[in-house]
Design a protein around this ligand. Structure first.
Ligand code: PEP
Ligand code: MN
Length: 347
């Protein structure tokens, strides 16, 4: 729309698009409003739309993903996590974030200890799995709803939003009651029903890149969530399968500038699952940040040898704290700022 288009003109155009049988998605930028018309090309009468009051131009978005594309939304999106019982944390544009915690929620005490450590080290969102996607069906699968209860209490008492994985459409109704952010794991990036289901909720979604997914596949998965009306998608690069076998996955640093060019969505890196070994985690985290990521998600454990899952890649609390200090230095170069939360009143 023309930068001076009135609200009535915008609504009129949106109504005409809906009358043609397409869906509308509004994107209000600093300068102009873009009305995304999603539907079959044949139903959209472009020259009619171009003639309407307030319309600057009608541009077909050639990319297969539409709402995820930069064409639809020129500025970086900012996704808010939390609110309600915990503070809101922003991710995207100049807002960077550190999400940290254990791989899996083993028990209440362990969770609380690690959560306090990562809070003290500079994390503003907690991670932890209640339902775990394990390669073997005989590995520990997570404590389910009980873990969600511990996690919610922990986030509330520390004043931190929480992020946890949802593996199946049947878990969405349960998890949405506890979490501030859904995590879609790498192995579920193309579980399209699940993407649609979380897309119908109002909680933001951390979308891990699939083990063998291209950036285009990944953005199409984001599109599934966006198309259901949920605008809160944060991409997460966590490494892909390559022939290299000295590490678990190869962190594809290149995908960060690529995804940022193609899309307005925030993107963070997960160095823990890429490395599979704690020695490599800090370097990968710093590299991701330097490449333009809006933060990191890292696994931390105070007793990694006793961890039920992913112990070898968990950072010790001291190393984590040191890493956050280094990440802050890189953030000044890439003109981002990490969110901070105040001291804990009763710490
Ligand atoms: C996790 O975050 O613990 C996890 C299983 O990650 P991914 O889906 O990236 O393997
Ligand atoms: Mn893990």
């Amino acid at each position: 729309m023309d930068p001076n288009a009135s609200d009535e003109a915008i609504e009129r155009v949106a109504q005409e698009i809906r009358n043609m049988g397409a869906q509308t998605h509004l994107s209000r930028g600093k300068f102009r409003t873009v009305i995304g018309a999603v539907g079959e090309e044949a139903v959209l009468d472009q020259s009619h739309l171009a003639s309407l009051d307030g319309v600057e131009k009608v541009v077909p978005i050639m990319k297969p993903y539409k709402l995820a594309s930069r064409e639809f939304h020129e500025d970086d999106s900012v996704v808010e996590v939390g609110g309600g019982s915990v503070p809101k944390v922003k991710i995207g544009a100049r807002h960077a974030v550190v999400i940290a915690g254990p791989c899996t929620i083993e028990n209440k005490d362990m969770l609380t200890t690690i959560a306090r450590h990562v809070r003290e080290g500079g994390a503003t969102i907690l991670r932890g799995g209640a339902f775990k996607p394990r390669t073997s069906p005989y590995s520990f699968q997570g404590h389910g709803e009980e873990a969600l209860k511990w996690f919610r209490d922990c986030g509330d008492s520390l004043g931190m939003p929480i992020c946890t994985e949802v593996m199946d459409t049947r878990q969405v109704d349960l998890i949405v009651r506890y979490t501030d952010m859904f995590q879609i794991g790498a192995r579920n990036m193309q579980n399209f029903d699940l993407l649609r289901e979380v897309g119908k909720t109002n909680k933001p979604v951390l979308l891990k890149r699939g083990l063998a997914a291209t950036v285009k596949d990944w953005l199409l998965s984001a599109e599934y969530v966006l198309s259901q009306g949920n605008r809160g998608v944060v991409l997460c690069e966590r490494g892909i399968k390559t022939f290299e076998d000295s590490i678990r996955f190869s962190l594809d640093i290149t995908s960060i500038p690529v995804a940022r060019q193609l899309s307005h969505l925030p993107i963070i890196v997960d160095p823990s699952h890429a490395a599979g070994k704690r020695d490599y985690v800090p370097s990968l985290a710093l590299a991701g940040m330097a490449a333009g990521a809006h933060g990191v998600i890292v696994e931390v454990h105070h007793r990694p040898a006793e961890a039920q899952c992913d112990g070898p890649q968990a950072l010790l609390p001291e190393t984590f704290k040191e890493l956050v200090g280094q990440l802050r230095l890189i953030a000044t170069i890439t003109r981002k700022e990490f969110s901070e939360i105040g001291e804990l009143a009763n710490a």
